[in-house]
Design a protein around this ligand. Structure first.
Ligand SMILES: Cc1cc2nc3c(=O)[nH]c(=O)nc-3n(C[C@H](O)[C@H](O)[C@H](O)COP(=O)(O)OP(=O)(O)OC[C@H]3O[C@@H](n4cnc5c(N)ncnc54)[C@H](O)[C@@H]3O)c2cc1C
Length: 441
């Protein structure tokens, strides 16, 4: 294994930095077990693309990206087993080559499987990615290995576990046959798309709305499964659409100083990049997942029960449209839909939910982005839950009210990691644990 000593760890967008004493790159399960066993405080990181401070901040770090083999396929069960550092895009290409898919995908392919699972990463019109994990091996704080299958109750705690119960080693996913999605996209007034959500969820296989704050519009993306050879009228829109992110970056450049510029920028971006319709087809991965991103950004995302969403949406819209506050929000706010599951720290624990993203395209000035505060205040008021990998300030006091299984998770965490080996300062605060001074880096 490879060890680097006394360096500085920076997150993807360079908003979070920590000193470390040792950073390991490992290649085998045995090496991973050895590092975990011999470390006092340890965090494992993937592609560092989380906006919340859950990744680093321990004296020992493991870069899991070198632990990235696709280990085996089981053709009769349609399962694939991988090491947890595999990049999502690599996994998806390998299973597409088998004629399989994972039927609900996030809009990013550069993340690691370990990072994606532990933070509750999700797409739309399906379940969290972690719900497609049927088995895993996890390395506990003492370095021992535990195998967990769908038959074990522990799987409900481990599926979304912020990396605090142990380190995910090997993961098995249940796949489905690949399908072709016929995608139609176009703008709609808020008064049109909002009341149609439930009807569209029933009717279509894919639904995502890129809400465009300060324009009264949403850009609605609908997908239906079709036979692969069905002919469609392909329309990818004007060529300049690919420059949307670059144009946003320029238009939002000074919005941290003059937030109101956002309202004007959004209207221009709507006219330039969201007013055309599009039609295309492809696999879920090829047709809906962004493959390259030119610039960094900072994210928050909140989730709320499907039935409460219209109320929360209207309140948020009223709030951000008040020129008396500074909560102008960059385009788009990604609205997606997740079906209920049984994972303790899942946003969709026992209820269908809506997720709503909030982006700051100026990553460096995200601390002054009022929108993050407004969205948190409104969603928390209605019992909404924050995305674990994104920015939020709620801690134990708030989280214990919104997660039915919060206390159970805390008890289990303490049982599996009595010396808080996997907690960094941020996670210690989240779980209301005190770290002694020499436990922090
Ligand atoms: C541009 C962009 C788009 C995004 N799109 C989406 C989206 O569509 N849907 C969505 O839900 N989220 C989305 N996210 C959030 C993203 O999926 C999560 O933040 C994810 O965790 C990032 O993966 P990573 O490999 O970078 O993990 P990191 O940020 O490096 O790590 C995340 C967490 O996972 C833990 N971890 C990593 N590997 C392991 C392991 N093997 N065992 C135990 N713990 C481990 C780390 O300790 C850390 O706590 C997006 C983020 C960005 C920047």
């Amino acid at each position: 294994m490879n060890q680097d000593i006394n360096g500085v760890w920076n997150s993807w967008n360079e908003n979070i930095s920590f000193n470390y004493k040792s950073l390991y790159k490992i290649n085998s399960e045995e090496e991973l077990q050895e590092v975990v066993r011999n470390s006092e405080k340890i965090r494992v990181f993937g592609n560092k693309q989380s906006s919340s401070d859950i990744v680093s901040g321990a004296s020992t770090l493991v870069d899991i990206k070198t632990y990235n083999k696709i280990l085996s396929f089981n053709d009769s069960e349609k399962t694939v087993t991988v090491q947890s550092g595999v990049i999502l895009g690599d996994l998806l290409e390998a299973i597409e080559a088998k004629g399989w898919c994972i039927p609900c995908l996030p809009d990013i392919n550069t993340i690691t499987i370990g990072g994606a699972l532990t933070t509750g990463t999700h797409g739309t019109s399906g379940k969290l990615l972690s719900e497609y994990m049927t088995e895993c091996k996890i390395i506990l704080a003492d370095g021992s290995l535990k195998e967990i299958t769908e038959k074990d109750k522990l799987i409900h705690a481990v599926r979304v576990s912020l990396g605090v119960l142990g380190v995910l080693s090997e993961i098995t996913f249940k796949c489905e046959d690949i399908y072709t999605l016929h995608v139609k996209e176009g703008p709609e007034n808020d008064s049109d798309w909002l009341p149609k959500i439930k009807e569209r969820l029933k009717k279509h296989d894919f639904l995502r709305i890129l809400w465009l704050p300060h324009t009264d519009k949403g850009y609605v993306i609908i997908g239906d499964k079709i036979a692969a050879d069905t002919e469609i009228q392909e329309n990818l829109g004007p060529k300049f659409l690919k420059h949307r992110r670059k144009a946003s970056k320029i238009l939002y450049k000074y919005t941290h100083i003059f937030p109101w510029i956002t309202a004007i920028a959004n209207k221009l971006l709507y006219r330039g990049f969201f007013s055309a319709t599009k039609e295309h087809k492809g696999s879920l991965y090829q047709a809906t997942v962004t493959k390259s991103r030119g610039s960094t950004l900072e994210l928050a995302e909140w989730t709320i029960g499907l039935d409460k969403f219209p109320t929360v949406f209207e309140e948020l819209k009223t709030e951000i449209n008040k020129w008396s506050n500074k909560s102008f929000i960059h385009i788009p706010m990604d609205v997606r839909f997740i079906y209920k599951d049984t994972s303790w720290l899942s946003y969709a624990y026992e209820e269908d939910i809506v997720t709503m993203g909030c982006v700051s395209r100026n990553a460096a000035t995200a601390d002054t982005y009022e929108a993050f505060k407004s969205i948190e205040k409104i969603f928390l008021k209605y019992g909404g839950k924050p995305h674990w990998g994104k920015r939020f300030t709620a801690k134990d006091a708030e989280l214990s009210k919104i997660y039915d299984k919060w206390e159970d998770f805390k008890v289990l965490r303490k049982e599996l990691d009595p010396n808080n080996k996997f907690l960094n300062p941020y996670l210690a605060e989240l779980f209301n644990e005190k770290l002694t001074t020499n436990e922090t880096t």
